[in-house]
Ligand binder design. Sequence first.
Ligand SMILES: NC(=O)c1ccc[n+]([C@@H]2O[C@H](COP(=O)([O-])OP(=O)(O)OC[C@H]3O[C@@H](n4cnc5c(N)ncnc54)[C@H](O)[C@@H]3O)[C@@H](O)[C@H]2O)c1
Length: 267
Amino acid sequence: MNTIPSPTPSLADRFLLTGRVAIVTGASGQLGTAISTGLAQLGASLALVDVDTEGANQLLRALPVEEGQRHRVFEADLTSKSAVRTLASQVEGSFGHVNILVNNAGIGVFTPSEERTEDEFRSVFEINLGGTFHCIDAFRELLSAHGGSVINIASVYGIVSPDPRVYGDSGRNSSEIYGATKAGVVQMSRYFAVHLAPRGIRVNSVSPGGVFANQAKSFVDAYESRTPMARMARADDIAGAVAYLASDASSYVTGHNLVVDGGFSAW
Ligand SMILES: NC(=O)c1ccc[n+]([C@@H]2O[C@H](COP(=O)([O-])OP(=O)(O)OC[C@H]3O[C@@H](n4cnc5c(N)ncnc54)[C@H](O)[C@@H]3O)[C@@H](O)[C@H]2O)c1
């Protein structure tokens, strides 16, 4: 009996990113470093984007480089539409194509809402929502050429309010504008999932819970006691979710918000 080879790669192969080019914004930061490292371990070439090029160059030197893989650092302030347009031409000139865009750069403010300044309000809005929008807008042509995956990093605080009992008087209570922008990132992801599907681009969001970064013990204890899995997130918990959405293992997933919070928002 003739056996007809299956045209479908194995599931393990569908997780691989060999030959793919991935842009990671905010690459120098805590999650950007873990996400970039994870995607590079799966074979992708990385365009590391940040205003902090010193940090990005440090990361560049630590990334794995197998045959056919190369990584580059790009400096761009994502709040500027024209800077992001320039970035898109630089990335195209350097790599020729792009398959994955991870909109990870983001900021928060922690002052009480009664003290919110216009500058704080504007800057959180401009980077978290404006930067995400500018990148999708500038890279959509390049992404559509080979079929693309966009992953926007939102937050559990785009879904639930911070619980003031976790923060006490630590001064670290997450803000109303941060959560509002992250809810906006989830919704913007759904919008583009629908509108870019005909161009072969999938768009999803990942909503991380609080990531451990040597915060004060009192805060960590309070956060963990509020979390069903009784621990804060590790950066590589988030990288795993991003890698899945970047890869062909998620080829029929679009418009989804993948919550990675140890159950924080489940009760
Ligand atoms: N760390 C957490 O607990 C947590 C939880 C939920 C969601 N998030 C989200 O994950 C993402 C990454 O968070 P992180 O904790 O790694 O933050 P981080 O501060 O460690 O890194 C953010 C990076 O973005 C860069 N950046 C800021 N403004 C920029 C701009 N205008 N242009 C280009 N780059 C800019 C910074 O230089 C920095 O390298 C953010 O969107 C954040 O809101 C983080």
